[in-house]
Each structure stands twice: as C-alpha cells, then as structure tokens.
Ligand binder design. Structure first.
Ligand code: ZN
Ligand code: ZN
Length: 237
C-alpha cells in the first residue's frame, strides 16, 4: 500500500522520474542517477524505498513504472513546483532564471491552505516561466531548436533543462518561452534566432534543450539523456 505522505526525498525522486517520463526518456536507475547527479547505489536504495512505499514498480530490465499512487504524487508535486515558479515571477517579482532552485525548497514546505492561496494568486497561468504546463497533461509537443533549419519560423515553447546555470545562460542570450522569431544562422557550433528585440545566439548543445514549434518543422525527435547533460551539471527538471 502506498503511504499517505511521501517524504521530501521521495518527492524529489518522483519529480525527477516524472521529468524523464514527460520528456519521453526511459525511466531507469541509470538515467535517474544521471539526472540527479547521485551515485548508482544511492539511487538504487531510494528506488527500493519508493517500491516498498507503493509509488513505483520495477519490471524486466529494471524499467521503472509509476503505480497509480506514484503517478498521482508525482503529478501533484510537479504541478506545485511550476505553480510556485509562476507565483515567484508574477507575484513576487523574482527573475525567471532564479526561481527554479527557490521552488525546489518551497514545494516541500507548503501547507494545503497556503498552496490554495498561491494557486489563486497565479490565476489562469498555463505554464511555469520556462514553458512547462502547470496542468501536467497539457504538454505541447515540440522539436529541439538544434534541429531547425536556417530560415525556419520558430516559437519558443519550453526550456527542458532548468539547471540554474543554464537558465542564466538562456536569459542572457535573449531567448524566452513564448517569443517568436526566425532561425538566422546555424553552423556546427551555434545557432542564432532573430527575434523582435535582437538576435539570440546559443550553442548547439544548449539548443538541444530548447523545445520549439517550427515552420518548416524538422521531424519529431526526443533528445537523448546525453544530449540534455551539459558539462558536469545535473540536467534539471
Ligand atoms: Zn523548475
Ligand atoms: Zn519551470
């Protein structure tokens, strides 16, 4: 039977598992260890606990699946995280490249009553400031910016990796979810998008983590976990 309350540590794991699931990446201990920058034995121990508490099941080849309760818990914490980020940018005035780490702390320490106030204060906001849907089923499929051809019209949908360093880099570049523009130039190293206010240039490896709608559109592709890892950083949620 599932426990009524997941611990903060369990919530962290459920959140990271959901991040893999939503991105279409295999839910395995190895991918989880990579995403959370933890050792394999640490992850394996916690997966055992999540299984005992009824949040996940492990099938053949160690593939992880959510139980009904695990999926519900994961969706609730992910939605709360995104709502808190939106609250921090829109109500408190925190820049969008600073809110992820703050939300990581706040999301485990919120009473249901305060959560209701926060939810009311963000109104009908659809996404977190990085483009992830607050109602978790409402994710729009995109393609990696890195795949788009020169001349393509693009709408920035989402930053898949919310590692703080990466968000600072993206903010400095001028890219932002919701902006539209046109791919201006592209080579093996970097890609430039002409936006209304100027041109944003990012490296191809960062462009792997930026989901866009494009016209003409490259074929759909899920970036591999390796492509979402930047340097030694964890690849965020
Ligand atoms: Zn976040
Ligand atoms: Zn976010």
């Amino acid at each position: 039977m599932a426990a009524d309350h997941a611990t903060a540590a369990e919530e962290e794991y459920l959140e990271s598992l959901f991040w893999l699931f939503e991105a279409g990446l295999p839910m395995t201990g190895a991918n989880l260890a990579r995403a959370m920058q933890l050792s394999a034995p640490t992850v394996s121990e916690m997966l055992g606990r999540l299984e005992r508490d009824g949040y996940i099941e492990r099938g053949s080849h160690r593939a992880i699946e959510f139980t009904h309760s695990g999926r519900e818990h994961a969706e609730r914490i992910v939605s709360r995280h995104r709502m808190i980020e939106r609250f921090l940018t829109d109500v408190v005035g925190v820049p969008w490249d600073d809110v992820h780490e703050e939300a990581e702390q706040l999301e485990h320490a919120m009473t249901p009553r305060f959560e209701a106030y926060v939810r009311a204060s963000v109104g009908d906001a659809k996404t977190c400031p990085h483009g992830h849907p607050i109602r978790v089923g409402e994710r729009i499929d995109g393609v990696p910016l890195a795949d788009c051809a020169t001349g393509a019209a693009v709408t920035i949908l989402r930053f898949e990796n919310e590692a703080e360093d990466l968000l600072h880099y993206l903010k400095d570049s001028g890219l932002e979810p919701g902006l539209t523009g046109r791919v201006d130039a592209k080579d093996d190293e970097q890609i430039s998008v002409a936006l209304e206010g100027g041109t944003a240039t990012v490296t191809i490896s960062v462009a792997e983590t930026v989901s866009v709608l494009a016209d003409p559109s490259p074929p759909p592709r899920t970036a591999l976990p390796e492509q979402l890892v930047l340097g030694a950083q964890r690849y965020g949620r």
